[in-house]
Design a protein around this ligand. Sequence first.
Ligand code: IVH
Length: 679
Amino acid sequence: MTQNSAVVAQMRQLIQLLAQHNHAYYVMDQPTIEDSEYDQLFHQLKALEQQHSDLIQPDSPINKVGGKPLSKFENITHAVPMLSLGNVFNQEDLFAFARRIEERLPNQKIEYDVELKFDGLAISLWYENGVLVRGVTRGDGETGEDITQNVKTIRNLPKVLSSEKGAIPELLEVRGEVLMPKSGFEKLNAENEAKGEKTFANPRNAAAGSLRQLDPNIAASRPLAFYAYGIAQCVPHHGQTTMSASLDWLTQFGFAVGERHFVCESIQDVQKAYEQINEERPDLTVEIDGMVIKVNDLNQQQKLGFLSREPRWATAYKFPAVAALTTVENIDWQVGRTGTLTPVARLNPVAVGGVTVSNVTLHNIGEIHRLDVRVGDTVSVYRSGDVIPKVEKVWPEFRPVDTVEVHLPESCPVCSSPVVMPEGEALARCSGGLYCAAQRIEAIRHFVSRKAMDIEGLGDRWAESLLHLDLLKDVADIYHLHEHREKLLTIEKMGEKSVQNLIDSIENSKKTSFASFIFALGIRGVGETTARMLANTFQSLEALRAADLEALKKTPDVGDITAEWIIDFFQAPHNLEVVDRLIAAGIHWDAPVAPTRQPLNGESWVVTGTLSSMGRDEATQLLQTLGARVSGSVSSKTKCVVAGEKAGSKLEKAEKLGIPVLNEEQFIALMKEHGQIEG
Ligand code: IVH
């Protein structure tokens, strides 16, 4: 092979690898390698191309962005292409970036705008005369997908612009990133896990998966957020002269920008800002994978222009990947509240980015097979975004000779009931139901949690000891704990006062609401909202117990699978016995004021701001009882908005669209009129 053909062969191999990973990342939302590994491959190719510019392959991705859009949404060509950013990985690269700028702008003072590099999905938003008309994904940078419907469900994004300070532009195209904040991501995964549904590997995938839903209701149920980082077009011009001022200018319309951004007077200060943010990264509400450094002056940006598809005036300064090598000491199977079996790798403790990691979830048996991980293996562990530690890969070269493959256990490690894994499902479950102690403790923790029966202290402080003392075989035993005062006093740190407090809060919990009670039962798939819908629809426990599949499926928020789980729950004799014992113990709720008619039937209402006499949840429930649908966003279809204190953009929008607005007093009067509130 000549030297040239060896170089070409190497280029071809890199191009093919990059194309595969690009497809997995951009189209399938299932990255197959770490970003840092992708960057390494990319740079290898870039370096080869720099050395052998005569051999550059026509399909090289170096001058292109992203991947091909999926075909299911309409394709839209961007009026202004959505370009890419170059990368720097260390101080030396950063200073070289600054030197290149200084060489092009000699004797000029250069300030840098330093922003968070959001790890989400880039989108472009069009506003015509202040109204959001279109939202488009980046796609391949030239053409993206029309995801307007989904974008309109993003809560922190202004659908109509209003500003006290200045005029609304005729045309405004805002660029930014859609993300799922860390807290929302963790909640969504916990909910999905409880429902036995697929969990997402990281917030980026969760955001991408949500935006790609054809049904906007699904996107609406996901905690997405939009952060603006630039203006592609503004007619008439916004009049700002710097990047940082144009971001501030955007905030007046209600756009969120990164929770940190700096203007630095020198590249040394940029380095300091980068180090500071790298340290503060765990405290941020969103996932970031670095910083973006931009020349602050817009005029200077224009003079610098672009080199191929990247601006000369900006670069991404990525954080180093935090990974470490360690060995797998064991692989245990944990049993969750709904009986899901999750494999957990017990590691020889290792510091990853300043945090000691000794346990890491392997999610399911499929992931074990994918990684081919065995006890005794050496693995690299990284922290994705800094929240959840994960096994990156197994290092086969370090595998001891005597390792054995890991299999799904046939019986539950906690109660020995058979483990089942229906065809086509990723998750295996213990079939022991409430008999399984693992499911029991979680069932109890859930039962006493705040939004369920709200028994303070029991879940986190005492549940485990109570189980050990054999005082709690199921949740109904909670209401008999007062018969065992002496035994309670033997629990470490449980004095007379704690016993009395516990007994009092158990007693107080007896008066509840039907919805909280249904939620407390921990029926698979029945979260807080579903429980409320079931309570509104069936009104009594007898009716809910007797409901057939068809009636359940008709309930808002109850899907086909959940309907079956509800039926299963009320068919299991053990569950019925527990429910009967709970009611016999004195759990009760006010009988709903059965509305003879539903005066707000089919109307769409929105509740916004803070109400002084009740929570938004309660107001929502009152409206739902009267037949209204309560939505999270105002649209032309909204019938009426209930606005409490500090109501923000939703109120503004309602006013703009001429939708009737009730203040708290008027709302309460209406509820009294319909017999929902006494008085
Ligand atoms: S500015 C000309 N600012 O990084 C390009 N991009 O490779 C201007 N990104 O997918 C981009 N945070 O979505 C910019 N604060 C930020 C950003 C940011 C994340 C993403 C962007 C794109 C990628 C660029």
